[in-house]
Design a protein around this ligand. Structure first.
Ligand SMILES: [Mn+2]
Length: 318
């Protein structure tokens, strides 16, 4: 019976519905859906949210467990960005709290899974303790390398999607190492525990194919005219997970959010399946923000174009 596909999630009550939308996207796109078992770390889910999530899982014959977590453990850790909170750190304890799981796929609750999660769950990790997707176009990497004194032989990864060898994690007491490092470097954790994970697993994590964690911002950057590498093109063409990183979330942002329609599709599906309406109405299309976005695209591209012409002139003069 070790066929189980174990999925680790972490959310507080404010994120309960977003967590359910992520879960629905998994349930909807997985062939052996009855093998899925969700483990949700939460400090404060209401009984109403718990009942709704149980009902959602029962519709697909999937299992779910709720694991209470005490956020006081992370009181001394910083949250530098408005969309972060202490609950971010909960996942550090995930493998210890899911002691019967050999392996786990950890997923953030600001993403939509579009393919069979079993494929990611069973991905070969070549003996590494975790697998994750290396970032592309992330200026922060330079700061991280300096702050944490790591080599230039690896790439900073996004910790919103991780395949975890939970057996190895517990055996090597990785929870303790991550917590100790987070304490030591508390004032440098710009991206919270993601920085701690990167420092611990630098040069020792398996590079999962990029399609398993496609940041929505990449679609905006393409429109803005940022250079497109082969890797970025591959990611945005065949995404298996769309991850709404950064402060502009598809359920609340007034700005243009690429792939918001996709999110709304699953959000509405959740409502029609188990009658769980969103707290705030999400608008598919907002004219003023869309117009200003188009304007910024044109402006940005014109600037790039002018810069290119100036460069050409400069070179031709030399
Ligand atoms: Mn995220």
């Amino acid at each position: 019976m070790k066929e189980e596909i174990s999925i680790l999630l972490s959310a507080n009550e404010a994120y309960a519905r977003y967590c359910a939308v992520t879960m629905l996207s998994i349930l909807f796109n997985t062939a052996s859906v009855d093998k899925i078992c969700f483990y949700i770390l939460t400090p404060n889910f209401s009984s109403e949210s718990i009942e709704r999530i149980k009902e959602l899982c029962s519709r697909f014959n999937a299992k779910v467990s709720f694991i209470p977590i005490n956020l006081n453990l992370f009181n001394s850790f910083p949250t530098f960005h408005s969309h972060f909170n202490q609950n971010n750190y909960s996942r550090i304890c995930g493998p210890d709290l899911c002691e019967n799981c050999e392996r786990l796929v950890y997923l953030d609750c600001d993403l939509i899974v579009l393919d069979d999660i079993a494929e990611l769950f069973r991905h070969n990790l070549n003996g590494k303790p975790i697998g994750a997707v290396p970032h592309v176009q992330l200026p922060y990497e330079e700061t991280f390398i300096k702050n944490f004194s790591v080599s230039r032989n690896d790439t900073y990864f996004n910790s919103g999607v991780m395949v975890i060898n939970a057996d190895l994690w517990r055996k090597e007491k990785i929870t303790e190492s991550v917590l100790a490092l987070a304490c030591k470097y508390a004032e440098k954790l710009h991206f919270a525990d993601q920085d701690a994970f990167n420092a611990i697993f630098w040069e020792n994590y398996f590079h999962v194919p990029g399609v398993w964690n496609v940041e929505a911002r990449l679609y905006r950057e393409k429109l803005l005219g940022l250079s497109q590498t082969k890797e970025i093109t591959k990611r945005i063409k065949f995404p298996k997970i769309i991850h709404y990183t950064g402060p502009n979330k598809p359920w609340s942002s007034k700005n243009y959010v690429p792939k918001r329609n996709l999110y709304i599709e699953y959000s509405e599906r959740l409502n029609s399946l188990i009658s769980w309406p969103p707290d705030i109405e999400i608008k598919n299309f907002r004219l003023p923000s869309f117009t200003s976005f188009i304007y910024s695209c044109i402006y940005f591209r014109t600037c790039l174009y002018r810069k290119k012409i100036l460069q050409v002139n400069l070179f031709s003069k030399n």
